[in-house]
Design a protein around this ligand. Structure first.
Ligand SMILES: [Zn+2]
Length: 255
């Protein structure tokens, strides 16, 4: 909530793009989905990631629990980077595997992105992500503290890289050596598939550079780059009920 508030203040102070939708409606849909997902996790799998780390530690499951000291700071870093890579791979799978895309396209259907887009996910994707993350934790074996820090950084970075903030070029060009900046993530929300299928990272940008999924620049200025999905352009249609039913509707194949 603290990071979200900070992003909203900065978005108002230095916006990158003009709002094309009514802010209240946009937020009602995105934050409404976010609150629903939060509530759903609270009554279902909310503590699963931390719980999985504790179970893995108790039973000596996973790489780190078997081969490294779980107390060392270097192990914390190793666990963090392996988890981040696992989430990067899941994001690629969400774009390439059409059943996962059916859920992930709810996130990409936003026609303009700001900090509220960071919580715009279909509940199905949230549950799938939690189960996947838990399985990765069993394989990697990070400590509960590592998972806790990872979750905070991941959520904080997602709020930052979806935000509609115009970061001064000098700072942005340095930041993008290390992390996915709002400009880089805006390319990921482009309407063109070749651009959407790139910049999959959420926090650091090294996986994209390493696996050649990194797009630094696009032809159009980012302040005017069309965002969203070509087949879902009617904003009046993109309400809660439509978005919740979207994975189960007949969908046009991606171009
Ligand atoms: Zn995506």
């Amino acid at each position: 909530m603290g990071i979200f508030t900070l992003m909203v203040v900065l978005e108002n102070y230095r916006p990158k793009r003009k709002h094309t939708q009514k802010r209240l409606k946009h937020w009602t849909i995105n934050i409404g989905l976010g609150l629903f997902n939060n509530l759903l996790l609270k009554v279902t799998l909310g503590g699963l990631a931390i719980q999985s780390a504790l179970i893995a530690q108790e039973n000596h499951w996973g790489l780190i629990n078997n081969f490294f000291s779980t107390e060392h700071w270097a192990t914390l870093l190793l666990g963090y980077f392996l988890l981040d890579f696992a989430i990067y791979l899941q994001h690629i799978a969400s774009h390439k595997w059409r059943w996962l895309w059916r859920f992930h396209c709810v996130h990409h259907s936003d026609l303009e992105i700001d900090a509220s887009t960071a919580v715009r996910f279909h509940p199905g994707e949230i549950i799938i992500s939690m189960i996947y993350k838990s399985l990765c934790i069993f394989l990697i074996g990070p400590s509960a503290l590592t998972v806790f820090i990872f979750e905070i950084i991941l959520n904080g970075c997602a709020l930052f890289n979806h935000s509609n903030i115009a970061i001064p070029t000098g700072i942005e060009s340095r930041l993008r050596h290390v992390m996915i900046t709002p400009d880089l993530h805006r390319i990921h929300h482009s309407m063109k598939r070749v651009e959407t299928d790139s910049n999959y990272g959420f926090s650091i940008c090294w996986w994209d550079k390493l696996c050649r999924t990194y797009t630094a620049k696009v032809a159009q200025p980012l302040a005017h780059l069309p965002l969203g999905l070509p087949q879902l352009r009617a904003v009046e249609k993109l309400g809660w009920l439509y978005l919740l039913a979207l994975p189960f509707r007949r969908q046009q194949p991606r171009d």
